[in-house]
Design a protein around this ligand. Structure first.
Ligand code: ZN
Length: 368
């Protein structure tokens, strides 16, 4: 086995996307994602039963396509990795069981991966030529020596994860060594976007429309309280903001104003409150943990260029490396799972005994 350039086959079915990827070291040889968003849009959110059925139907094809695109066979693979949590229980097990069966059938070492660790490290993925996907990360790579794939010079770091279900701040001592500093006490940013999108009749998912409309609005016209501004900790909370948005909508509609008269400024104000809440907590963490060299971000909510840019502004103002994923790796994908698999393989953290592989179970509520 060529340990310097191992091939990792990775699976993720933690929510509504079926995804399989092949990596060579940190390089993405293929990353195939079969999205179900159109199916779930009809229901206004992800329906776990329907997602499971779709995963079962799609996974053999997605797996074939990922291998074909990477021009490899299962026999050539060195490690098989799969998400085992967090996520929707009945969906997680489709990808996990598929991966476990393959690992046993082909006698490959198996690596269970925490989905959130994937999001956290997704900025370190590289293209097939070994270049980072973003200028910032390529620059950070050049300036920092690269110790066989585990860039110690980038650490310690802070990690900011913002996805549909998670909003977390993490202290990353190094790859595999994490301390959670704060998290949302109720809704995640992604949930707040979707719920407010629903209040405004944007359909599912609401986030993208809300983000687009915010661009057309003017700051300060409709204001929302910034959540947890003076909480003196590193936690987040978004259910109060959602309630404030609900009351504000009622008020405006009762005044007889048509939605289109205020909706852009409304989205602008809502977005400003979200961005400010994230910036305040990130800055507090940077000041509190003065030894950090980088800020890693990950998760689907970073598909909002504005959030990515505003966080970047703060990170750069402190002279820190900014490590964030390319657009296609911000949402759920198996490439990020393969990346964690690669790191774990380097650390010798994998399972070889078939009876041990069989015992690996999904953990729907898994923490970093
Ligand atoms: Zn995710």
């Amino acid at each position: 086995m060529d340990n310097k350039q191992p091939l990792v086959l990775a699976f993720d079915t933690s929510c509504d996307d079926t995804s399989v990827a092949v990596l060579k070291r940190r390089k993405v040889l293929s990353s195939v994602v079969s999205s179900q968003v159109d199916i779930h849009a009809e229901w206004g959110g992800v329906v776990p039963d329907i997602a499971r059925r779709e995963h079962e139907k799609n996974i053999p094809m997605v797996y074939d396509e990922a291998l074909k695109k990477a021009k490899v066979k299962t026999e050539d693979i060195d490690y098989i990795a799969s998400t085992y949590g967090p996520g929707l229980a009945i969906d997680l097990e489709i990808g996990l069981n598929f991966a476990k069966e393959l690992a046993i059938k082909y006698s490959k070492p198996f690596i269970p991966v925490n989905h959130m660790e994937g999001h956290l490290l997704s900025g370190l993925l590289e293209n097939s030529k070994g270049k980072a996907f973003t200028e910032d990360v390529e620059k950070a790579k050049k300036e920092n020596s690269d110790n066989d794939g585990i860039k110690e010079e980038l650490f310690p770091a802070l990690g900011l994860l913002i996805s549909g279900k998670h909003t977390e701040l993490i202290y990353v001592k190094k790859v595999g060594d994490y301390v959670k500093l704060g998290q949302t006490l109720d809704d995640a940013v992604g949930e707040a976007f979707d719920k407010v999108g629903r209040i405004l009749n944007f359909g599912y998912p609401g986030g993208p429309t809300l983000t687009e409309f915010a661009k057309k609005g003017e700051s300060g016209k409709i204001e929302f309280p910034v959540p947890m501004k003076n909480s003196n900790d590193l936690n987040f909370s978004y259910s109060g903001l959602k309630t404030a948005a609900l009351y504000k909508t009622k008020e405006l509609r009762e005044e007889g104003k048509k939605d289109k008269e205020w909706v852009y400024d409304f989205c602008r104000g809502f977005m400003d409150a979200i961005v400010e809440s994230l910036v305040i907590k990130l800055e507090s963490a940077i000041q509190e943990y003065g030894d950090v060299r980088s800020v890693f971000v990950g998760g689907g909510v970073f598909n909002s260029e504005e959030i990515l840019r505003e966080i970047g502004r703060v990170v750069r103002s402190y002279g820190l490396n900014y490590v964030y994923p390319a657009k296609e790796y911000r949402g759920d994908n198996a490439a990020m799972i393969g990346l964690v698999g690669y790191y774990k393989a380097q650390l010798g953290d994998y399972i070889e005994k078939h009876e041990e592989i069989e015992k690996v179970d999904r953990v729907p509520r898994l923490s970093l």
